[in-house]
Ligand binder design. Structure first.
Ligand SMILES: Nc1ncnc2c1ncn2[C@@H]1O[C@H](COP(=O)(O)OP(=O)(O)OP(=O)(O)O)[C@@H](O)[C@H]1O
Ligand SMILES: [Mg+2]
Length: 454
């Protein structure tokens, strides 16, 4: 295995020297340690294989083996034992050592063992990557669309996934793809084979959320009859997705902030710090800035999360993606429903293109799904999309609420909606409101409306 790192642990400098020399000759990178304490520390630097002497001055090799296996079960360990220690060699094998070699050893024999062992790790890793790739349909290409806005998102998500960034904030309206983006980041990263844990902060009461996230010790509260690991601990090496972070209560916000800053936390009722390596992806469809202003969200946590923020644009700001998304979902549902729908009639396509999609991609997906279930023909048309049918004469069906309304504000909101839905085509917007062009122009000026610059 090219570039593999081998850690040599032996208290005799001469033995270390001869092993390291030979390993370097064979092209391996090397680390060395003369004590058990040093061995554990060096292993954290990242070693693929450890040559481990059994008799160390400060501990026995079995203890070191155990600690190494706890830190990274994939590290291969070859024990170096004196002939008299056959019993310990067997114990070492039981504890997960790859092999053992008797001292005094033959260097060629050791090199063969090292090579064989490293082949095993490489195979194991390949199997794992393949499995991870197969198990998930969340490659970057699962984010459909070629608009500049979505391309920017895809590029940013890719950069983040391969970066060491440990926190990410996804913002955007409901249905814009925050869940999808989180999975894309996880499954395109080196963390893909490790867990992706997902929790919705608003779904649980505060105390339950805390113990779900951080785990608890036995006896931490009534009913805690055994120790439990939290999501963050279970996700070690992987990703934790905190959905609806804006709903998290302040107490937990502090605990989360501490974790983000120190990469360590205590289980509920626990006193020892637990260190883990997870990437935290938080998502919100609320403006956290607003929540901060209202005093409901910690400012320091907001700044910490906002370092790597990815805003997901609403669908109406990237209408060029609508046709591609429609075809994406038609293809998908053709397979699922065993249908042969070929596309959408031009008039319906036009209407789908101008509709304002308050529920974003999710609403579009649902609309296509429903239309495809209803359609008997090979082409979808306007009759299959109830969202598109004009509301008609709502005046008679609209009741004035007892508290009254603000007519100016209502009028303004309807004009804005008509403009958004028509992509700021004034003639189309006017038609939606039963006005002529002059009448809508008058209102655009009156309300000082301006086309957003995207
Ligand atoms: N760009 C996209 N390409 C393909 N599918 C998408 C895209 N964006 C979103 N989707 C799909 O739209 C649906 C809604 O997306 P998702 O659940 O990720 O939204 P969300 O932002 O998490 O919404 P909420 O705030 O309501 O949780 C999912 O089925 C998702 O796969
Ligand atoms: Mg979501």
């Amino acid at each position: 295995m090219p570039n593999a790192t081998v850690l040599v642990v032996d208290d005799e400098p001469l033995i270390r020297w001869s092993l390291i020399n030979r390993l370097k000759e064979e092209g391996y990178r090397t680390l060395e340690a003369g004590t058990a304490g040093d061995a554990v520390a060096q292993h954290r630097e990242g070693a693929d294989l450890v040559l481990l002497d059994f008799a160390l001055p400060d501990a026995n090799g079995l203890d070191v083996l155990k600690q190494i296996k706890e830190t990274d079960p994939d590290t291969l360990v070859i024990m170096l034992t004196a002939n008299t220690e056959v019993g310990t060699a067997v114990a070492a094998m039981k504890q997960g050592a790859f092999h053992y070699a008797n001292k005094p050893f033959d260097l060629d024999e050791i090199m063969m063992l090292v090579e064989k062992a490293l082949e095993t790790t490489q195979l194991r890793r390949e199997v794992r990557t393949l499995r991870a790739r197969q198990a998930q349909p969340y490659g970057p290409e699962s984010i459909v669309g070629q608009s500049d806005a979505i391309k920017t998102v895809r590029t940013l998500l890719h950069k983040i996934s391969v970066s060491p960034a440990s926190t990410v904030l996804l913002t955007g309206e409901s249905g814009t793809g925050k869940d999808l983006a989180a999975k894309v980041v996880h499954y395109s990263s080196a963390r893909a084979a490790k867990p992706f844990m997902n929790i919705t902060c608003s779904a649980l009461p505060e105390t339950l959320l805390e113990s779900e996230l951080f785990g608890h010790e036995r006896g931490a509260f009534t009913g805690a009859d055994r120790q439990k690991r939290g999501l963050i601990e279970t996700a070690d090496g992987g990703t934790v997705f905190l959905d609806e972070i804006g709903e998290m209560v302040p107490l937990l916000q502090s605990k989360l902030l501490r974790f983000l800053e120190e990469k360590a936390f205590k289980r509920v009722g626990g006193s020892t710090d637990i260190k883990v390596d997870v990437r935290v992806i938080a998502a919100t469809n609320r403006s956290l800035e607003e929540e901060v202003k209202k005093g409901r969200f910690r400012e320091d946590l907001y700044y910490r999360l906002n370092v790597m923020a990815v805003p997901l644009p609403p669908l109406r700001d990237r209408r060029d993606d609508i046709p591609a998304l429609i075809h994406h979902y038609i293809d998908a549902f053709n397979v699922e429903f065993r249908k042969k729908i070929s596309g959408v009639a031009p008039a319906a396509l036009e209407a789908l293109h101008t509709y304002h999609w308050p529920g974003n991609v999710r609403e579009l997906r649902n609309a296509i799904e429903r239309a495809m279930l209803l359609s008997e023909s090979v082409e979808l048309n306007e009759s299959h999309f109830p969202v598109l049918s004009a509301p008609g004469d709502v005046a008679s069906g609209m009741n004035l609420p007892a508290s009254g309304i603000n007519l100016e504000a209502l009028e303004r909101s309807l004009v804005v909606q008509a403009l958004e839905r028509s992509g700021w085509n004034q003639t189309k917007a006017a038609t939606l409101l039963g006005l002529n062009r002059d009448q809508i122009r008058y209102r655009i000026e009156k309300f000082e409306l301006e086309k957003p610059q995207h």
